[in-house]
Design a protein around this ligand. Structure first.
Ligand code: FAD
Length: 311
């Protein structure tokens, strides 16, 4: 039997690592706690509406991600929103679905611990069962990776340095309101850091006025443990002040991203114990963007493949 690797987390980092391992001939299983793919590159669907409540747009700086983004565009998984800024088409999850094609992904699989079993690792995925692997790569936000690595008896100093900011996201729809303001704004006020007119993004239903608004890091921290129905009216008021849209919303919801944007990255493309063949990757290794997640996942996949090649 060939070498087997487990990837924990089906965001852009995990899926990119899994693809690169599969291309290297490694048998890969991706464990994902949710029902979907893409992690923070997400779209909420409700009442025949859709909101990009996580990633707002994707852009590329380096050559590898520029090439990957072009592949996504050629496959119709992204469309240009404004110059150099792309959104998933028809939803933010489209690139993750493209990356996930042909991969074995176990959904509803919350990995709680990983234990050594001889020269292998036993991955415990709750109701999704247990499996042994020759290598394991965690592709979750660093604070979620730390306890799982600890269960395996592994620590990485660089992981301790990583810091995330939370973000409260508002999703609001207005059926009977006019708005001819900008498609996006990055205000510097006390509450909001970002506002986008979701319904003006390419491939969205332009017939219904929808907004996604993000609270800034300070406000999100201050209200971290508040309930969504306490947060939503406050973010709605800030949105109404910013847009001038005073109508009552026909849909209103708030989502808390506990680990949203990386404030202090690890400063290394991935963390890996090549002798024990266990490591971690994600945007937080390099930065705070989808490109950082892609670069980290790609590098992690190559490192795991090289370690397994030596078996
Ligand atoms: C509000 C917000 C706005 C953003 N805006 C932008 C933007 O405009 N442009 C941009 O480039 N980036 C943006 N980002 C950052 C971007 O989302 C991330 O850089 C990128 O998506 C991270 O990908 P990842 O694969 O590293 O992690 P994630 O997307 O977080 O994926 C981790 C996955 O692991 C899963 N998981 C976690 N724990 C477990 C477990 N124990 N067992 C199994 N599965 C588990 C999660 O369900 C998730 O699917 C934004 C993020 C947020 C939250």
């Amino acid at each position: 039997m060939g070498a087997r690797a487990a990837i924990i987390g089906a965001g852009i980092a995990g899926l990119t690592a899994a693809r690169s391992l599969q291309q290297a001939g490694v048998e890969v299983v991706v464990f994902e706690k949710s029902r979907g793919l893409g992690g923070r590159m997400a779209t909420r669907r409700a009442c025949e509406l859709q909101f990009d409540h996580g990633v707002q747009y994707v852009s590329a700086k380096g050559p590898a991600f520029t090439e990957e983004l072009e592949r996504w565009r050629a496959c119709g998984a992204v469309a240009e929103w404004f110059a150099g800024a792309f959104v998933g088409a028809p939803r933010m999850t489209a690139p993750a679905r493209l990356l996930g094609e042909g991969l074995t992904v176990v959904h509803g699989a919350l990995v709680e611990r990983v234990e050594p079993r001889g020269s292998q690792w036993l991955v415990h995925a709750g109701d999704a069962g247990e499996q042994t692997f020759d290598a394991v790569a965690l592709a979750t936000p660093a604070p979620q990776a730390a306890p799982i690595l600890a269960s395996a008896g592994v620590t990485f100093e660089a992981l301790e340095r990583v810091q995330f900011a939370p973000c409260w996201a508002l999703m609001a729809a207005f059926d009977a309101a006019a708005y001819d303001g900008p498609g996006w704004m990055a205000p510097e006020g006390d509450v909001l850091a970002w506002l986008a007119r979701d319904s003006a993004k390419p491939g969205r239903d332009a017939g219904r006025l929808t907004f996604t608004a993000h609270a800034n890091a300070a406000w999100s921290r201050q209200h971290l443990e508040d309930a969504p129905d306490v947060v939503a009216p406050q973010l709605l008021a800030a949105t109404q002040r910013l847009t001038g849209v005073r109508a009552e919303p026909s849909y209103l919801s708030a989502h808390r991203w506990r680990f949203a944007l990386v404030e202090h990255p690890a400063g290394e493309p991935f963390l890996f114990d090549r002798y024990r063949r266990i490591g971690a990757c994600g945007d937080w290794c390099l930065g705070a963007r989808v490109e950082s997640a892609f670069e980290s996942g790609r590098a992690m996949g190559a490192a795991v493949a090289a370690a397994l090649g030596a078996l």
